[in-house]
Ligand binder design. Structure first.
Ligand code: HXC
Ligand code: NAP
Length: 299
């Protein structure tokens, strides 16, 4: 159900990182539907292009696919230059991320970096590259970062992601103050479980039992509302934060999780009961998902 009037985002230009798939694609779809012009970025060029073509045709607006690995500062700067050369952006959604469940004792430094380089470093590079341009061009703008509720209570079995998202939570609050005089707002959304292919392959491989995420067939999973999130609900919250009209709202992180965090923590603490063989099976399933995706990457 859409809550907003047609054409609300007409004349606005947004970049959605990781906009080719999952939640990023949903938010991009909503902004495009409301008339915005969009840039979406990611590493898999063909996946991005397919989404850009689909959304631009569906909503009769311009959607540009920008292949970019946000872990690489120069690539981020090039991407931002390309977008700003066509006119200043009005907003950025920091949505790109990497994640997988694992016992922390099984992680190598490389495994930690595989997540932190995307979520912590990459998100900062993109925010900085946009922010510098907005400040220089005296352009009012808006940032939304997609976090998780684990920024408040920790993420057992997803420690690199939880640490990185917590860092971006503090970036949001810090820059909300530092950049308020420049007319730049920063807010964040902490979604509970919203089933996507990317997340489920890495956080709920094989729909294993005991996952806090639930599955498409078992959506209760201890959530007070007895269900996972619906995409429209996230799309509407992102639009509310991005649109003109709540300009005094900044530095906030809003949970959208059916009360999951308040009700029972909403993290993966119950995975403590899994044994060595379960974790090996999980790792094998995640590895095969990663390998399949990697064959489509060109950057
Ligand atoms: C332990 C693992 C592992 C696992 C990989 N590694 N999988 N360690 N358990 N399951 C280790 C590897 O052994 C290696 O370390 C290091 O991590 C890097 O592995 P690569 O496979 O080379 O990583 P890479 O190709 O860079 O892949 C990055 C990725 C991948 C993050 C691992 O999944 C990715 O690109 N994901 C993008 C999409 C995604 O993750 N979407 C989900 C977001 S969902 P060594 O030491 O062996 O070299 C999300 C939801 C949160 O965040 C909230 C839900 C409620
Ligand atoms: P997803 O479909 O896997 O989305 C992740 C996106 O990030 C992909 O499009 C991926 O594209 C992109 N990406 C990853 N690494 C990148 C890099 N180095 N450079 C550029 N792009 C990169 O999973 P999702 O579930 O929609 O997750 C989207 C966001 O929501 C993430 O921030 C996630 O943490 C958050 N979230 C999701 C849930 C949920 O239940 N789904 C809950 C809470 C929070 P490429 O692989 O092509 O680069």
């Amino acid at each position: 159900m859409t809550m907003f009037r047609e054409g609300l985002m007409k004349g606005k230009r947004f970049l959605v990182t990781g906009g080719g798939t999952g939640l990023g694609k949903e938010m991009a779809d909503e902004f495009a539907k409301l008339g915005a012009e969009l840039y979406i970025c990611g590493r898999r060029g063909s996946v991005l292009q397919e989404t850009a073509d689909e959304l631009s045709k569906k909503h009769n607006t311009k959607v540009t696919a920008l292949e970019c690995d946000i872990r690489v500062p120069d690539a981020v700067d090039d991407m931002m230059t390309r977008a700003f050369n066509e006119g200043p952006l009005d907003g950025l959604v920091n949505n790109a991320a990497g994640n997988f469940i694992s016992r922390t004792k099984d992680l190598s430094p490389n495994a930690f970096n595989a997540i932190a380089n995307i979520v912590f470093h990459g998100t900062f590079y993109v925010t900085l590259a946009a922010g510098k341009r907005w400040i220089e061009q005296k352009k009012k703008a808006n940032v939304i970062s997609i976090l998780t509720t684990w920024v408040w209570n920790g993420g057992p079995f997803t420690v690199p992601s939880a640490m990185s998202k917590a860092g971006i939570n503090i970036m949001t609050k810090s820059l909300a103050v530092e950049w308020a005089p420049h007319g730049i707002r920063l807010n964040a959304i902490a979604p509970g479980p919203f089933p996507t292919k990317g997340a489920w392959e890495r956080l709920n491989p094989g729909n294993m039992r005991g996952s806090a995420m639930g599955s498409e067939t078992d959506t209760s999973a201890g959530n007070p509302m007895g269900r996972v999130g619906q995409m429209d609900e996230l799309r509407n919250l992102a639009t509310f934060l991005m649109a003109d009209g709540c300009d005094y709202l900044t530095g906030e992180t809003i949970a959208i999780d059916g009360g999951g965090f308040l009700g029972g923590g909403g993290n993966f603490s119950q995975l403590a009961k899994l044994g060595d063989s379960d974790w090996q099976a999980i790792r094998d399933m995640i590895k095969s998902a990663n390998e399949k995706d990697r064959t489509k990457r060109t950057v």
